[in-house]
Design a protein around this ligand. Structure first.
Ligand code: ATP
Ligand code: MG
Length: 335
């Protein structure tokens, strides 16, 4: 056996850490990492992250033991308990928040994520189910309690691509390209990108500072791509680090984060046929010295880092990046 699955890394960040970070950035309250006995590396990681941990005693009880440890760790006053799995590393803070919002409107129920209509994780249980969760049979998980109380269950559909779990180390290598930001690439589940696509565009601080926002938007519109959302903001360090997390191990990472937080950016969502490739073509090569004549980077970039614009590089990363800045309601329908 290799490393425990939750310690496997995607672009240099372990699955467990990814899930803890997403929970931290959500409205979830206290977080506890439930560990199997002997999972010392897991404990060291939880401590490094500053997150309390609990041991699932009686390992022969399987999932029931983990559920029990989670319930016992819940704060006395907690209205509910959300069970998140370390093997769903692509869920976003907003996914957890969708469940928490649904729960807030009826804090006596059970809220469950569904993917394309199929029930899945995470699941959030109101306090009144805690006793039942503590008395599960060996091997049973929280889903049994949800099934028993189907009248109290509210389903919250989440994006199946973000909710997929990584069951095999091969799944991980499928999704660990060595370069680029395609952290979620891979299509073993048969996903084929629609011809009408959306992509995230960022006008970076150098171009905003140089008053090139209008010219870049003009070029975008002239290319036939439609803007369906637009806003200006200044990224915090944490937001910039999160956005470029696939580059965390690169030597230029700190400098990239310095640059991206050095001033306001303009973020937009673009829509069109093959929008992802179309916008990358309009931007040109990362390094302006290599960029073709007429491209945005040839026209506006200063160097390989201060290169005026960003565009998503694959449908999966586009979906994650768009959600990083926009709620579904922010994306307008264009005629
Ligand atoms: P983006 O993701 O911003 O659209 P990209 O996909 O063309 O750009 P990436 O390889 O994803 O390029 O790099 C992300 C960003 O990191 C680049 O746009 C640039 O700002 C910065 N960067 C990339 N390579 C270097 C480098 N060698 N030195 C300094 N900064 C770099
Ligand atoms: Mg990129």
């Amino acid at each position: 056996m290799g490393a425990p699955k939750h310690l496997l890394e995607i672009d240099g960040v372990s699955m467990l850490e990814r899930v803890v970070r997403a929970l931290r950035d959500s409205r979830a309250g206290r977080i506890t990492v439930v560990l199997r006995i002997g999972d010392d590396p897991g404990r060291v990681l939880a401590e490094a992250l500053g997150v309390p941990w609990a041991l699932a005693a009686e390992p022969q009880r399987g999932r029931a033991a983990s559920v029990r440890a989670g319930v016992e760790a819940a704060e006395g006053g907690a209205a509910g308990l959300l069970f998140a799995l370390a093997d769903q590393p692509y869920l976003l803070p907003s996914d957890f928040d969708s469940l928490i919002d649904a729960f807030a409107s009826d804090p006596r129920g059970i809220v469950r994520a569904t993917y394309a209509g199929e029930p899945g994780s995470p699941v959030l249980f109101a306090r009144r189910f805690f006793a039942e969760l503590l008395s599960l049979e060996p091997g049973q998980g929280g889903r049994v309690v949800a099934a028993r109380h189907s009248e109290s269950v509210r389903n919250v559909p989440l994006d199946p691509h973000r909710g997929r779990d990584l069951d095999r180390p091969e799944d991980l290598s499928d999704r660990s390209p060595t370069t680029g930001s395609a952290a979620c690439s891979g299509s073993r589940d048969g996903y084929s990108p629609p011809s009408m696509e959306r992509t995230l565009a960022i006008i970076k601080p150098d171009a905003v500072r140089a008053s090139q926002t209008g010219a870049i938007l003009e070029a975008i519109e002239a290319s036939g791509l439609r803007l369906i959302a637009l806003r200006m903001l200044r990224l915090s360090r944490r937001e910039a680090e999160g956005f470029y997390t696939v580059h965390r191990a690169k030597p230029f990472f700190d400098s990239l984060v310095d640059f991206m937080t050095s001033g306001p950016v303009v973020v937009g969502c673009l829509e069109g046929e093959g929008a992802i490739a179309a916008y990358r073509e309009l931007m040109g090569a990362t390094d302006p010295a290599q960029a073709a004549e007429g491209t945005l980077r040839k026209r506006f970039a200063t160097n390989i880092e201060q290169n005026a614009c960003h565009g998503s590089d694959a449908p999966e990363t586009a979906a994650v990046e768009i959600r990083y800045f926009f709620r579904d309601l922010d994306l307008v329908e264009r005629d």
